[in-house]
Design a protein around this ligand. Structure first.
Ligand code: DAH
Length: 339
């Protein structure tokens, strides 16, 4: 007998199945469509002509043997059911269930909202496919302004322009068009830009927009609110600084930096050895933007900010590569289990 066939026949003879799993393992190995016996049939073409007949016969016998054994294993398992099984001990503790966990971006978004809800902000949302007015024009981007190019937009239609929104600032407009001040709102959501994927950039990412419009809202309110936010988000004294900047929809505008949570000022790659990391932009809502939405800019002022949720999560958890958020690797995700 061919030694390979002999070894498989011995294996079939010795097989036992006391559980459904063992039965299934046997079925996969000897019965399923792609099983080891089928492999032998496929090998037939390599067998010398004079041995073909005997080989074929032996494989057929092995196949029969494997099928008979399979029936016997099924019968054996059936008759075991209910007879030999030990009585169930109801006093034993239950088997532990494996819990999933929140994605670190979800957890960070929820924490963000929690912090701002406690100081009177609600949550609003807008569409991911946005028109030119809400994404650009109402936000004071003049026609042909280089900032429109700067955003590297994914356009869906041109003239009139429809695009995947490049920032959540579009939701500011939607809220101000439909609500009267006082407005205190947060708008979380996905945004899209034509960027190559790397450790620091992605063509899809998440932002959190904040908007506060009322009488007498000042830059001091903006600073104090964001200072409160970073202290709460990072759960320790975190330094914050405002760097003068430019956005068409705010005047004055400032970039928000916080002290690096990874190296705490010693200098590392994340903060590019400066000790500071940018988490977003902010500023006083430009009076033109208020007027574009029908809000009286003589009576009302406001502040706004937009932050990258990925960036906040990276600093919060010490994550050094943005791609980890979207790879769905359980070795990464299960590190954020809270139970
Ligand atoms: N929309 C800006 C961006 O995506 C971020 C931003 C800056 C939002 C200043 C604001 C703001 O609300 O006031 O880069």
């Amino acid at each position: 007998m061919n030694p390979k066939i002999k070894a498989l026949a011995d294996e079939v003879n010795a097989a036992v199945a006391t559980t459904q799993e063992e039965l299934e393992a046997y079925r996969m190995r000897f019965i399923s469509r792609k099983n080891v016996i089928a492999d032998l049939f496929a090998e037939m073409k390599n067998v010398p002509n004079e041995e073909k007949k005997a080989f074929g016969q032996e494989v057929n016998e092995l196949k029969q043997l494997a099928q008979d054994k399979f029936k016997a294993l099924i019968e054996g398992l059936k008759s075991n059911d209910g007879e030999n099984t030990a009585p169930v001990d109801l006093t034993l503790p239950p088997a532990l269930s494996v819990f999933g966990s929140l994605h670190p971006l979800t957890a960070t978004r929820q924490r963000f909202i929690q912090i701002f809800e406690r100081i009177g902000f609600n949550v609003s949302s807008g569409p991911e496919i946005e028109d030119d007015w809400h994404n650009f024009t109402a936000l004071n981007f003049p026609e042909n302004h280089p900032a429109r190019e700067m955003q590297d937009t994914f356009f869906i239609e041109k003239n009139p322009d429809i695009a995947l929104r490049t920032h959540t600032s579009s939701v500011q407009i939607r809220v101000m068009e439909t609500e009267e001040p006082p407005i205190r709102t947060l708008s979380p959501g996905r945004v899209f830009r034509n960027e190559a994927i790397s450790a620091r950039a992605h063509c899809i990412f998440h932002q959190m927009e904040g908007l506060y419009v009322d009488e007498n809202v000042s830059f001091a309110d903006l600073k104090q609110t964001l200072y409160h936010f970073v202290k709460e988000m990072f759960e320790k004294e975190t330094k914050i600084r405002f760097r003068p900047s430019y956005f068409p929809f705010t005047e004055p505008s400032a970039e928000i930096d916080i002290s690096c949570q990874i190296c705490h000022g010693d200098g590392c790659n994340i903060c590019k050895h400066t000790g500071w990391v940018e988490i977003g932009g902010s500023g006083m809502v430009d009076p033109n933007v208020l007027e574009n939405c029908g809000i009286d800019s003589k009576k009302y002022t406001g502040f706004a900010f937009g932050m990258g949720i990925e960036r906040i999560a990276m600093l919060r958890y010490g994550i050094k590569d943005l791609r980890l958020f979207t790879e769905n690797d359980l070795r990464f995700l299960s590190q954020f289990k809270t139970i």
